[in-house]
Ligand binder design. Sequence first.
Ligand code: KG4
Ligand code: ZN
Length: 348
Amino acid sequence: MARIIMGIESSCDETGVGLVRLHDNGAVELLADEVASSVEQHARFGGVVPEVASRAHLEAMVPMTRRAFETAGLKMSDVDAIAVTAGPGLAGALLVGVSAAKAYSAALGIPLYGVNHLAGHIAVDTLQHGPLPTPCLALLVSGGHTQLLRVDDIASRITELGSTVDDAAGEAYDKVARLLGLPYPGGPPMDKAAANGDPKAIAFPRGMTGPRDAKYDFSFSGLKTSVARWVEGVERRGEEVPVEDVAASFQEAVADVLTAKAIKAAKEFDIGTLVISGGVAANSRLSSLARERCEQAGITLRVPKPKLCTDNGAMIAALGAHVVAAGRPQSSLDLSANPALPVNVVSV
Ligand code: KG4
Ligand code: ZN
């Protein structure tokens, strides 16, 4: 008998409520994916303000839940299990989702599953492209995370191969956009500006690619500083900053390092599938370079559509469905939010 799983996401600045149907053969079908974002409220600060995000989650949680049920044409009593992001993320923001999920779980008398946000970014791809081959490799790139992961079982076995030692990829985009005078969040306007620039105009550094650097870790703060110094130099000479060339050259450096390391890991571990997810997966150069390099290396590339890549509730519902299907234990009602939940803990 198919089961309906509800997913709640509130780890950062998106309030997401998703509904999926888990079929008997293990397939997971998307029924609703409603998201409210507080990104505009953070824009003038150039980054997410935790208290503002928490307040926005409180306001959006019930409306998003109502809308998800309307979209799916379901009643609350149709839900068989509820999954919620237990971490990692902002403490106050996570608490809003966890509290809502506990309330729904208690009121409806259905099991609760606290799950990992990062695993959700990978699980979401099954809604679009079907079951994940195992093992597979996942590159998570967003405003908050940059990680290379080995996935042996989406419901229980995820291993971190590397992560950023400083800024996340999206964070680097946001900071560089800011110094170029582009709006927040910086990824989309940078992508647009880069389309008219020369990616070879400026040779920006490729962080953590030296022979003694950790093979699968990333660093973007040196790149950001290098862009800042370069722009300062141009301004000091009284010249106009070639925004499009800077954006294209920066974008090339980011895409080059991300894809090179992912391909290297796929080859070393003999893994045939790469999933790229998170907000930065929407980047045009990252996807074109990944496609090119995966094709050369005989690796299958899977990139969920942008709406599924950015934070949403469907990814949490999808992960919840896999956790339910695997028969993993449910969470107790004293489940707490864990802002630093490690990526290898898929459900708590
Ligand atoms: O996954 P996401 O919506 O939220 C989290 O951070 O969890 O990712 C947002 C990040 C922002 O830093 C934004 O600038 C970046 O993804 N981003 C992009 C693009 N679209 C969004 N970065 C580069 N190119 C894009 N097209
Ligand atoms: Zn995320």
